[in-house]
Design a protein around this ligand. Sequence first.
Ligand code: CA
Length: 409
Amino acid sequence: MRNTALKLAAVLLGVVLAGPTLAAVRCQNTGSYERWLETFKKDAAAQGIPARVIAEATPHMTFDPAIVRRDSAQSVFNQTFLQFSDRMVGGGRIPNGQAKIKQHAALFAKIEAQYGVPAPVLVAFWGLESDFGANFGNYKVLSAIATLAYDCRRPDFFRTQLFDALRIIERGDQPADVIGDWAGEFGGLQFTASDYLKNAVDFDGDGRRDLTHSIPDTMASGANFLVSLGWQRGQPWLQEVRVPQNLPWDQADLTIKHPRSQWVAWGVKAAHGSLPSDELPASMILPMGRHGPAFLAYPNFQAFLGWNSAYVYSTTVAYFATRIAGAPNVDHAGATLVQPLSTPQVMELQRLLIKAGHEGVGEVDGKVGSGTRGAVKKAQMKVGLPADSYPSAELIERLRGGGSSGAIR
Ligand code: CA
């Protein structure tokens, strides 16, 4: 799930990610893979994983250099919300999602009764994670996870994943040759092995938690995972709104919540349907800044972020779910005023933000994450631009010209 945004853009849609590859200094492995695997197998046995499971898994825990290359290629993902969501939600996915709900209506009713998660939300994840079960990935999961557990970049994370993958085999949920993506995520919802072990449920009653063949197991497991991430029954997750030009822009921030009544008092209106003036807490999100689409994100939106912390991806899944549930196309008019920054521009902005003393940017990587957005907001407030947290060429200009405070030009 962590790689979904990149994977979907690259695999499902045939898009070549043309962003620059960052020439990071890479760690180097020393010991041999074979010796490492022998030690891992001893540790697995010591942790109580039966010898028959280790024997069954061994032929599949092969080293794959293609996985390491894939993991090292840190392509920068810099599509705007509308570029990404138009692609993800287009191509017939909305009618396909609605057809899936009709086809499995009894199942979704049963899941909603038990977990409180409505069908459009589950189908949105299913559609974006695996194209409704049509695309599980092209790698052997055990090989991918073992390779990354041996590799020096993130060994601890993947070592845990590998133990958990063996436990999934021990439990009889999946065979040792299960297929998934290059980072070892698999099934209709592309769970990591650890998320699978913790959250997968057997909903068709055959005794196996099978998230590759069983749609009931897959959908109920997604609901179970969302509940573990804080999903609350009967509440909305995302709503498109129209905002006035005099909105206090600095309040548009995922970390800031106000009751809906406050947003209404500030002149926010529903884009369609109604916006009750009540106490339900909501954050304003402007994925393309103050000119672009505007949404109120409700407490349930946190479950989308828990599933995948990438902001554009989470907003896209949540938006896709509203579309499947009947919402019209998001407003595209204002976005024509938005000029997205290129990766080199984002990197320049990050350098300027760091130079100006704004914290939270992290490394200069050309990616606009929550740290960079937070620093953008502080810089906008300081130079007197509307503080909508969206990086712009105008802000770069101001920061270039600003220099250190007190400088006289
Ligand atoms: Ca089952």
